[in-house]
Ligand binder design. Structure first.
Ligand code: UDP
Ligand code: MN
Length: 380
């Protein structure tokens, strides 16, 4: 009896030893899993999305490295950030599509109503730029698009109602004025309870089905910052928030002119530096424009990397180089640019260049051919 008791103890002892050894062996293999927890993970596609003629699933195919001239118009930066090895998450956006299987569905599918779209504008562009947007993509996302401007406008108020927000920010094109608008955009998004915050300029066309498809690949509860870097290297700025400015920080930021999106989970974490006017203070400290300040808060302060995407476009790029058959698969488009009226996407269809100099109407009619002002297809 006594002997068998000792024998049981021995066995127990040996078993615990074996268990500890197993644990020691397992710890290194568990570590990367833990690290990945904080990175945005792609999700299986939530639902099939109608996105206009000829959509394929491989939206993000990206053979080019670090070139805006990549044949499909996509762009992935060539350099790893902050001297780290290439982060697998950075290429996630282009890989996600391949991981999607058309049959896979999830219960919490993303709806357009879950997205808060902020459009930054100013009084002088209410007619020349905003009208075109109201006529085109904004008409398909009225409830969730909010116009952030700097003065009252009866006509616009009548059309947009509560979705027109007079920020009372200055109408000047200064850092302070633009940061003031971004600050109000942020606060209104937090108030809205929506899952995603997407900022757009008033010279962007948003291809809503593509936006929905892209955001559906991520979870709004994770830390996601999606956009196009305007430079091919991280920006460097004096660190005046965490320290006295004697050291510098390097970070990527998404160019505001191409639009960018932030998950609610991440936006909430930005609050100490972004909410209730803090955004303006942060921008003033680092003395950088609004979009750089967003990048600074997210990359430098919260240490969440920008997910680089080639699907967002500003007029800083040569838009004519976007292959025609890939245009409807992009998320945002733009036009013009400094002394370059001809910088537009090459898409043919309903309207001539004279009738539709931005090409936004043409794109809109390709996406929504049943729109009443789109020319009807004639039957032969
Ligand atoms: N903008 C503004 N206030 C101004 C000038 C411009 O809010 O005084 C907005 C404009 O409506 C647009 C964005 O800032 O949404 C960028 O302006 P723009 O396209 O003229 O300049 P760029 O893209 O060359 O920076
Ligand atoms: Mn612009």
């Amino acid at each position: 009896m006594h002997l068998s008791h000792v024998g049981t103890n021995k066995i127990c002892f040996l078993l615990s030893l074996a268990f500890c050894a197993l644990l020691v062996l397992l710890i290194p293999s568990l570590q990367p899993l833990q690290r990945q927890k904080d990175l945005p993970q792609p999700r299986p596609r939530t639902k099939p999305i109608r996105a206009g003629a000829g959509r394929r699933h491989d939206l993000y195919g990206n053979p080019g490295q670090g070139s805006e001239d990549a044949k499909d118009g996509s762009f992935i930066h060539p350099l790893p950030p902050r001297g780290r090895p290439e982060d697998p998450q950075r290429t996630l956006e282009r890989d996600t599509a391949h991981a999607r299987s058309p049959g896979s569905r999830s219960r919490d599918s993303l709806d357009l109503r879950d997205i808060f779209i902020a459009v930054k504008t100013t009084r002088k562009y209410h007619k020349s730029r905003l009208q075109l947007l109201s006529q085109t993509w904004v008409s398909k996302a009225k409830e969730q698009t909010f116009i952030f401007t700097d003065s009252e406008d009866k006509e616009l108020r009548q059309k947009a109602g509560l979705n027109m927000i007079n920020t009372n920010c200055s109408a000047a094109h200064t850092r302070q004025a633009l940061c003031c608008k971004m600050s109000v955009e942020y606060d209104k998004f937090i108030e809205s309870q929506k899952k995603w915050f997407c900022h757009m300029d008033d010279d962007n066309y948003v291809i809503l089905p593509s936006l929905l498809e892209l955001l559906s690949s991520y979870s709004h509860t994770q830390d996601v910052y999606l956009g196009r870097p305007s430079l091919d290297h991280p920006i460097e700025a004096a660190e005046r928030v965490k320290s006295d400015g004697s050291s510098s920080v390097k970070f990527w930021f998404a160019t505001g002119g191409a639009g960018f999106c932030i998950s609610r989970g991440l936006a909430l974490k930005m609050s100490p530096w972004a909410s209730l006017g803090n955004f303006i203070t942060t921008a003033e400290k680092i003395r950088l424009p609004d979009d750089c300040t967003v990048g600074y808060i997210i990359e430098a302060l919260l240490e969440v990397p920008l997910t680089h995407t080639g699907l967002f476009h500003s007029h800083l790029e040569n838009l004519q180089r976007l292959p025609t058959d890939s245009i409807l698969k992009q998320v945002t488009l733009s036009y013009g640019g400094f002394e370059n009226r001809r910088n537009v996407v090459s898409v043919g269809g309903a309207f001539s260049l004279a009738e539709d100099p931005t090409r936004f109407k043409t794109v809109h009619c390709l996406l929504y051919p049943d729109t009443d002002w789109c020319p009807r297809k004639t039957l032969h």
